[in-house]
Ligand binder design. Sequence first.
Ligand code: SF4
Length: 685
Amino acid sequence: MSGPMIEWVRSICPFCGVGCGFLAGVERNRLVGLEYLTDHPVCEGALCPKGNAALETVHHADRLLHPLVRKGDGFERISWDEALEGIAARLLDIQRDHGADAVGFLASAKCTNEENYLLQKWARLFGTNNIDHCARLCHASTVAGLARTLGAGAMTNPMSDVAHSDCIFVIGSNFTECHPLASRWVGDALERGAFLVVADPRVTPVVWQADLHLRHRPGSDVALLNGMMKVILQEGLHNEGFIAARTSGFDVLRQSLAAVDLAAVEEITGVPVAAIQEAARRYARAKASVIMWSMGITQHTTGVDNVISLANLALLAGHVGRPGAGLMPLRGQSNVQGACDMGALSNFLTGYVPVTDAERRARIAAQWGTPELPAAVGLTVVEMMHAAGTGALRALYVMGENPMITDPNVDHVREGLRNLDLLVVQDIFLTETAELADYVLPAALWAEKAGSYTNTERRVQWQPRLIPPPGEALPDWQIIASMGRLTGWADQFDVPSPEPVLAEINAVSPAYRGVTQERTQALGGVTWPCPEEGHPGTPILHETRFATADGLGHLEPIAYRPPAEQPDDRYPLVLTTGRTVLHYNSGSMTRRSKALLTRERSLFVEISPADAAQRGLEDGQQVRVSTRRGDADCLARVTSATAAGVVFMPFHFAGANVLTNDALDPTAKIPEYKVAACQIEGLPR
Ligand code: SF4
């Protein structure tokens, strides 16, 4: 007698923003295997170690199965009705006594577009713009910087386009480890003879492939980019026709670059002038050049300045709006682009409508069946933690985020969360943040619910529901819809399934108008802007005009500013943080994968041989890393991958973000994870 057949269903990798696809094998309501999807347009059948381990967490014994309420130091199981009604009653009490702005909401770049749309809609109907998510911690500066210069805060070209680039300039991105499947297109370009310039303080696997490595100091990006632009202008390598026809602000930029002194740039960045000249010439002279970046650019108090400088460089050379020529921020989580598009941001409603734009805000209010929506910009992630500490924020509702691992200055975050009257966390595991909660709600993960996800290249893909959630866990959209109804918005949250929510998104957001469920289900999905059904989508942005009001790309002079914290006698080293190939974000999923954990178990710090020798440290020794905010103990890895004076830590394990600086970029409000003054000392063996 033959057993039940395995059904193979197209699925999306739940980890990074590259958005690879695979076939998930389903048998008797369990995921039993994973096969490669060779015709997927992003990955063409390949997966990185995380993608290969995607099924490991699905049936994990640690999954949350029932709603929980705090009882003393522990939790007690309660029914869904008790949990939802209890939370709603306390939220309404806080709203009545302290106002809606005493409540904050954290959305999730791991959840679907429909779920993020519902959560931000609920927050706004509740009366506050205190809604944010981890994009604030990774690419908020990209969104702000590109919106200001090009009119759209998103990747301009599909990743496969990199294969057509003649020069690839990578700055602040270790994509071989962090977005592994993006690197395959770079490999194709290099085989064709493309030139690869990599600016990074570390020797990462991307640098191993580079033709030219600019090892600049952390936080010196603006100086480096101004230096490159100075060379381009000095040597007449700028694209005059493109500048005249498609940009504004050239004269002011030229004036400001006239004052840049290349010797001073070398002093600030540590990069020899000759290398800066070589990079500038290669980038400007190539037929099609692309810039790729990630959090090495964005996580600074100068994050927006860094991104504007990259846009300046691309506009000056005319490398935008063509195949192989563009600006490519590699977004972090599987749906961080979508969560931003949906308006899970304290300053933007769905479709990047500023909350301060009265006319467009009123249009969305009418679509949501309410007379008005809050007009004041809300609190960002880090600001919510500060406000929790002062008592200005009394309640926080967290959907699938883990600020106790991901936010800077974690000891301060803990104090804030403990000071709240109400902390609600809905998640798939009892995360470090959930451990502090008053209510914990068990959520479904990617395979247990349907919905759409938007990858880093604006490609919207549909994930079908494959299996039921475990225990009493429910999809996030269903939990949020219940909360919306219980807090007074019965009609607005009459949501039987995710499909009508996408239809509502089509109506509210012009860029998503033609992004229908049927089209997202096609292999590879559809790329926004897609203004109507039948429109093919828009893989390349800005081909004939920019998305700014006047259609021009805006050049803007940017002066170099040093990082917020400088090394001194007490903290003489610079700590910078980032990812490894084996783990993801707060690690709540990858730290539960045996395959990944066996290969990378715990926190470590990379230190140069010179700095280690000066402190008498050996490879593999236990050390204590200290900053002005706290200490973390971990293993030392002595390696020349790190320059003297700089140390590196991955942020997937508890401890790293105890050390990081919560100083913010003034516009994007992103913290300066990439530069913290620190000291390292050996611990007794
Ligand atoms: Fe998943 Fe990203 Fe790896 Fe692709 S590159 S398999 S999307 S983690």
